[in-house]
Design a protein around this ligand. Structure first.
Ligand SMILES: Nc1ncnc2c1ncn2[C@@H]1O[C@H](COP(=O)(O)OP(=O)(O)OP(=O)(O)O)[C@@H](O)[C@H]1O
Ligand SMILES: [Mg+2]
Length: 474
């Protein structure tokens, strides 16, 4: 099915609502007008009936004076055009009447007359003796005696409602011409206004369609008015900013990863080519193999780290939530790292308090500490000092690794958690670092809803502080 454009939908709704409002308006005007006209007819009939009832014409209701018409004309000063008058006695028998109506054309409703007499009230009546298009409206007016309230008869004054019908028919014709014209005008105006309002949206759609990976830096022109369309444009631009940043990161990451893997491969290739160039002694072969193995180990470490990070990105790495005794975990690690520290002639001390239990993934927390301690040993020269401390703090448990190493320049600190970022590339690679260790640390800390902070002074040392929450809500 072909999609209906918003423009058409908006206009259709607009015309529909306008049509309903217009219909309600016309119906109310029609009803009001009809009732007003009828009311004015009734009022005129009543005035006449009242006037007649007070004259000698009604003195003897069942008696027809010979000059009824003439006397009537005298009362009104002129002949009442289009009206008929009848004077009835109490039983509904016709006494006097004008000649313009045949007696049997409008039969007297005797029950109604009796009701008028009984109640002493005016009752209006509509009859259609001349067909449905010519209704006759008349009043049944009780004639009261000059003294007291005794009813003596009933005066009927009637008139044709042809004029009312005619007026109403004319009104209907006006409505039938006016409503479709107005609806048509509304539709034209509606489609024009909707088009005008939606024009910026079409512009946005057109620009967005052109944006691909190759021109992610292009942006939509945000309209000056801070309306919904302006907001939409800003939102899309914001999304493009984020996308373009992600793309840049991915590109950088791919470039860095290939570069990192190329270095050990180049080294291996060079060594293997030299080894193959001529006869070598078994010791030389062993040396080549040994160094190749070192490079392979380096590569597999990088690949493992990369795999772990990309799995964490995709949310495939499951974090356990077990109670972890950090004191025990750090004590075990210390025994292992003491050997490494001794080799480098670094003094490794510790300050471990009994702390509350942390809920988390034992293996990952171990990895976090291994990465921090490896860095501390790696970036601390001989005769330096490293201190590992564990204590309770307000927001949980704090683990800190402080060293008296080379330190990190202040401008590098915000970036050391980025993938492949190394503050001192040459030195770091020489130590075998690839710049992924702290990215993994950051991911583990975040997954445990913890925080990590770094304080460092170049040439004096660095302190890494990790705070892990102790509540059971990772
Ligand atoms: N304790 C430290 N003292 C001085 N510099 C540090 C310290 N820890 C980290 N850095 C700096 O931060 C950079 C990033 O550290 P990270 O652990 O991510 O990578 P790496 O140690 O170079 O390599 P990897 O840990 O992947 O083997 C390091 O290259 C180093 O420049
Ligand atoms: Mg490291």
């Amino acid at each position: 099915m072909r999609p209906v454009s918003i423009r058409v939908k908006l206009t259709a709704w607009y015309v529909l609502v306008f049509g309903v409002v217009l219909a309600c308006f016309c119906i109310s005007i029609y009803v009001m007008m009809e009732s007003k006209l009828l009311h004015s007819v009734d009022r005129r009939l009543q005035t006449m009936a009242e006037l007649i009832s007070k004259t000698e014409l009604c003195a003897v209701p069942n008696f027809l004076p010979p000059d009824f018409e003439r006397r009537l004309n005298r009362i009104f000063g002129t002949r009442p055009v289009g009206k008929f008058v009848r004077v009835l006695d109490l039983s509904g028998e016709i006494g006097s009447r004008t000649d313009n109506i045949d007696e049997d054309k409008i039969p007297v409703n005797k029950d109604l007359v009796r009701e008028v007499v009984a109640k002493g009230e005016i009752i209006y009546e509509t009859q259609t003796p001349l067909g449905p298009d010519m209704p006759i409206r008349f009043i049944n007016f009780p004639v009261k005696s000059f003294k007291g309230n005794k009813i003596r008869g009933v005066v009927q004054v009637g008139t044709s409602l042809g004029f009312v019908r005619e007026s109403m028919r004319n009104l209907l014709v006006v409505f039938f011409l006016l409503v479709p014209t107005l609806l048509f005008v509304a539709a034209v105006v509606g489609i024009f206004l909707a088009g005008k309002a939606l024009k910026p949206l079409r512009e946005i759609a057109r620009t967005t369609r052109h944006i691909t990976v190759n021109n992610l830096e292009e942006r939509i022109t945000v309209p000056v008015a801070r309306d919904d369309v302006g907001q939409l444009a800003s939102t899309i631009n914001g999304m493009l900013d984020r996308l373009s940043l992600s793309f840049q990161k991915i590109n950088q990451f791919t470039a860095d990863a290939s570069h990192e893997l190329r270095t050990p491969l180049t080294i291996m290739r060079g060594e293997l080519e030299i080894a193959l160039r001529g006869e070598r002694t078994p010791e030389e072969y062993l040396e080549t193999l040994g160094s190749s193995l070192e490079e392979v180990e380096r590569m597999s470490r990088i690949v493992n780290d990369l795999l772990l990070l990309s799995k964490s990105d995709m949310g495939q790495e499951v974090m356990h939530r077990d109670p972890v005794d950090l004191c025990v975990l750090l004590t075990n690690l210390l025994s292992h790292f003491r050997i490494l520290a001794d080799e480098q002639r670094i003094q490794l001390s510790s300050d471990l308090d009994e702390v509350e239990t942390v809920f988390g993934d034992q293996l990952r927390l171990r990895q976090l500490m291994v990465n921090l301690l490896t860095n501390a040993i790696r970036y601390t020269p001989a005769e330096g000092k490293i201190n590992l401390a564990l204590k309770n703090v307000e927001s949980g448990v704090e683990i800190s690794v402080a060293d008296t190493g080379i330190g990190i320049p202040a401008e590098d600190i915000p970036r050391i958690f980025d993938r492949f970022y190394r503050a001192d590339k040459a030195r770091s690679r020489q130590y075998g670092g690839s710049g992924l260790g702290l990215s993994i640390v950051k991911w583990i800390v975040n997954a445990h809803q913890g925080t990590i902070k770094v304080d460092s002074v170049v040439g004096e040392g660095s302190v890494f502080r990790v705070v892990l929450p102790t509540e059971k809500k990772i």
